[in-house]
Design a protein around this ligand. Sequence first.
Ligand SMILES: CNc1nc2cc3c(=O)[nH]c(N)nc3c(CCc3ccccc3)c2[nH]1
Ligand SMILES: [Zn+2]
Length: 372
Amino acid sequence: MAAVYLEILKEDSRTKARLGKLHTPHGTIETPVFMPVGTQGTVKTMTPEEIKEIGAGMILSNTYHLFLRPGHELVREAGGLHRFMNWDGAILTDSGGFQVFSLGDMRTIREEGVEFRSHIDGSRQFLSPEISMQVQMSLGSDVVMAFDECAPYPCTHTYAKDSLERTTRWLKRCKETLTTTDKQSLFGIVQGGMFEDLRRQSAAEITELDLPGYAIGGLSVGEPKDIMYEVLDYTVPLLPREKPRYLMGVGSPDALIEGVMRGIDMFDCVLPTRIARNGTALTRFGKVIVRNAGSARDFGPIDPSCDCYTCRNYSRAYIRHLLKAEEILGLRLMSIHNLRYLQILMHEVREAIKEDRLPEYREKCFSDYGYE
Ligand SMILES: CNc1nc2cc3c(=O)[nH]c(N)nc3c(CCc3ccccc3)c2[nH]1
Ligand SMILES: [Zn+2]
């Protein structure tokens, strides 16, 4: 059995949703799951104990950032990323390709790999499938993402085709680089832009390698949501039923539910922690801009139905004051709430699958939230 594998407990009767358990060397995680992002070896403003308290069992981190700073050799000497950051849950690391393009400067793609300038000090850097695998093995991730190119949006059919074919060649180099044990942690990433024929080609090429899990990349890159859902409609069925499916970069409440209904098991997004730090809270009745004047004399919690530390102990008025005063506690209280909110949402989604009422749950969620 692979180091990382999915145990499917139930398949929904009316949608493609699955209820499952993701087994990893650092614990078992109930799926569908939302995974908080801890880019630089920390989920911003949160201690590992707080991450556990809000109910997260698996977090994400980044090859790109840790490679540039403090360096993967240092993290390996520290005993790996789990030890370094004092987190004993599961860790998935991205491969660096996406971040080079979203953060790096002056990047040049070659067959060998990607040259770029560090966003930290402008120094010339190079990442390749081999280097990305070395870094992720040094970090000791439980799930290793293949080194891929996330095609820009929009892009031509020719660009998307050349790019996905290079991504497949890079995936083979990733698999060859990993030790037998670490091969059992490697997830391939399906690309192909917004083109059905290319998504089919990429899925066929990637799944041929018989990996423990598969991600759908190249989405949540600025395309309209209905295009993303369309791509999922024809791409997800191309992936093996029994393997975990990870939709990269997706995390708004509506997109999470729509993704689950299309058969996705794993999600990540920086949105909840990022908007928390700029004063916006997620609640079941829509977003609340706690920072706004409207909360100045609101002495109730962010969300009365929420059980998080923030909602049990603090008012919107107090949190607004902290945010306006640029007090760090404000960032922490907002992050705790937004992350807990998404864990509650995913718990309710899993319950709805269990009780065969996911379509009805979606309707209620969307109307409460104020979606169409
Ligand atoms: C926000 N939208 C978004 N679309 C993405 C597409 C891809 C993609 O096609 N390939 C790879 N490798 N990553 C992607 C990511 C980053 C996800 C992530 C962030 C942080 C930590 C761990 C993982 C994406 N994020
Ligand atoms: Zn709360």
